[in-house]
Design a protein around this ligand. Structure first.
Ligand SMILES: *Cc1c(COP(=O)(O)O)cnc(C)c1O
Ligand SMILES: [Zn+2]
Length: 501
């Protein structure tokens, strides 16, 4: 729709203009730092940062109803800069001009209601939000769109010229980073560090295909993270891990979309997300808080953060119910099918602690919960979901298993409605499905297939015939007819088909 056709009251705000005053705020010493240089940690105390708009209060001058209209009307605009995460410009990156925005089709991922059969089995109404339908097939694109738009802005403003972006990754961060950096070629080059043999072949193919320099390192993600931290401290590179607070801002779009897709009715909603490095859950809490404070939503949904028993440092921290008694202890992870979340020392832990406290305080009661699930639960629920028309990855299975656990724990009631995060596309993790179907999981995972969920291809090559077609050597005449009869007969028998009368 053209601008002059929108209601007059909305028009001036429809196309966002640079505004606000963004600063990094340290979660350790509370000092503030300007955004002209890309910071990852506080130069004074080394703690992690969050980005904050000093003039956020100005957004409260617009009432919630008007905001909802602005955001809903923005859906009709054709400008690519507001088609993705920057539909929520005022909340994500108000200082970024639309001319710096990098849009590759991220965000606004489908929310798909589970069918009646699956909802009956789960005992609750729920929807999957398919973040695997982002351009690099995981939610990481949301944060990369934000981080790379900001870097593009720094380049356009002349604050930096050539940029080498770098990240450590359990697979999806590097896929997203390499994709967005490739789009900004030649201004930005990218390098990614992966734990050797700890990412799936699909995830390895992604940064290679995007032309990034790919380095494989012995060990697990936590080891790679230490190496990129050393690189970013000693050399002139742009760190794209979620330590980079711009990533968090972009990922807040996940919450804004849920609010908008449910017509801003967030009471009795439960948002379930897996936790790895804890950037995602940080962003989800932060996003809902901002919309609540601006009056766009009138309730904060429950949040359930889910971890596998093989990588559960956040769950262990919150297992201690007393606030003052909790102590964070990094852990050594074991193999997990939720491989992108196989992290023992999450970088965003201080952000989680800060935001959980704030979220519960603003809500006025306990609204953030944690659940722990087994590797077996993750696989069984992933495969069950996908047998009912979903495309959940293993982490999507982890989310659904976590919802079941939260109900058992009494944290979620069957009368509530859940939105379950499938953080990546099922195809990225097809290898785990193969292991399940072939009963070939290495012992470390402790996964045994449930025969009802196993599915394998059947090779149909009837013994009764001798000649079969081959590529470049087709069958003809009677031989071909015999082949079609024998094969269709065997399939019909196997499916127990009834003959037409
Ligand atoms: C990164 C990732 C996670 C974990 O998100 P964090 O922000 O690290 O907690 C979960 N699932 C997938 C598919 C991911 O790529
Ligand atoms: Zn500090």
């Amino acid at each position: 729709m053209k601008l002059d056709q929108f209601p007059e009251a909305i028009r001036p705000r429809l196309i966002p203009k640079p505004d606000g005053e963004m600063i990094y705020r340290c979660l350790g010493c509370r000092k503030e730092h300007g955004i002209e240089t890309l910071l990852y940690t506080c130069p004074d105390c080394g703690s992690v940062l969050l980005l904050h708009d000093r003039r956020f209060e100005r957004l409260k001058a617009i009432d919630g109803g008007t905001w909802r209209k602005i955001l809903d009307y923005r859906r009709m605009l054709k400008d690519p800069a507001v088609k993705g995460i920057y539909r929520y410009h005022e909340f994500i990156g108000p200082v970024i001009p639309l001319s710096s925005v990098v849009y590759l089709g991220e965000g606004h991922t489908p929310v798909v209601e589970a069918n009646a059969h699956l909802q009956a089995k789960a005992g609750i109404r729920f929807f999957y939000k398919n973040d695997g339908q982002n351009p690099s097939a995981s939610f990481k694109d949301r944060g990369m769109a934000s981080a790379l738009s900001y870097i593009n802005f720094l380049i356009q403003e002349g604050h930096v010229d050539e940029v080498l972006s770098i990240c450590a990754s359990t697979g999806d961060t590097s896929a997203a980073a390499a994709l967005y950096a490739a789009y900004l070629k030649p201004k930005i080059k990218s390098a990614v560090l992966l734990p050797h043999k700890k990412v799936t072949p699909q995830q390895l193919s992604q940064p290679l295909g995007s032309g990034a320099d790919v380095f494989e390192i012995p060990g697990v993600f936590d080891d790679c993270m230490k190496v990129v931290e050393a690189l970013s401290e000693r050399y002139n590179v742009a760190l794209l891990n979620s330590k980079n607070a711009w990533r968090i801002l972009g990922q807040e779009s996940y919450s804004y979309e849920i609010a908008q897709d449910f017509d801003y009715a967030m009471a009795d909603k439960v948002v379930v997300v897996p936790i790895g490095n804890a950037g995602n859950i940080t962003a989800v809490m932060s996003g809902f808080l901002k919309f609540f404070e601006a009056g766009i939503i009138d309730a904060l949904p429950k949040i359930v953060g889910v971890q596998s028993v093989h990588a559960n440092p956040v769950y262990r921290y919150y297992r201690q119910p007393e606030d003052g008694q909790r102590k964070f202890v990094p852990m050594t992870v074991k193999p997990s099918v939720a491989q992108a979340a196989m992290i023992g020392n999450p970088v965003s832990m201080p952000r989680v602690i800060h935001l959980v406290e704030r979220y519960n305080r603003v809500a006025g009661d306990l609204r953030v919960f944690f659940a722990e699930v087994t590797e077996q639960d993750i696989m069984d629920w992933q495969l069950t979901a996908n047998r009912n028309g979903h495309i959940a990855c293993t982490h999507g299975g982890e989310s659904l298993a976590g919802l079941m656990k939260a109900m058992q724990n009494g944290d979620v009631d069957s009368k509530e409605t859940a939105i379950v995060d499938s953080t990546a596309h099922a195809l990225k993790f097809a290898g785990f499905q193969d292991m399940y179907f072939q009963d070939s999981f290495p012992d470390g995972y402790a996964v045994r297939p449930n025969p009802d969920l196993v599915n394998r291809p059947r090779y149909v090559r009837p013994e009764s015939i001798e000649k079969f077609p081959e590529a470049g050597r087709p069958l003809e005449g009677e031989a071909f007819d015999r082949f079609v009869d024998a094969v269709s007969g065997q399939i019909a028998e196997s499916l127990d088909l009834k003959k037409k009368v």
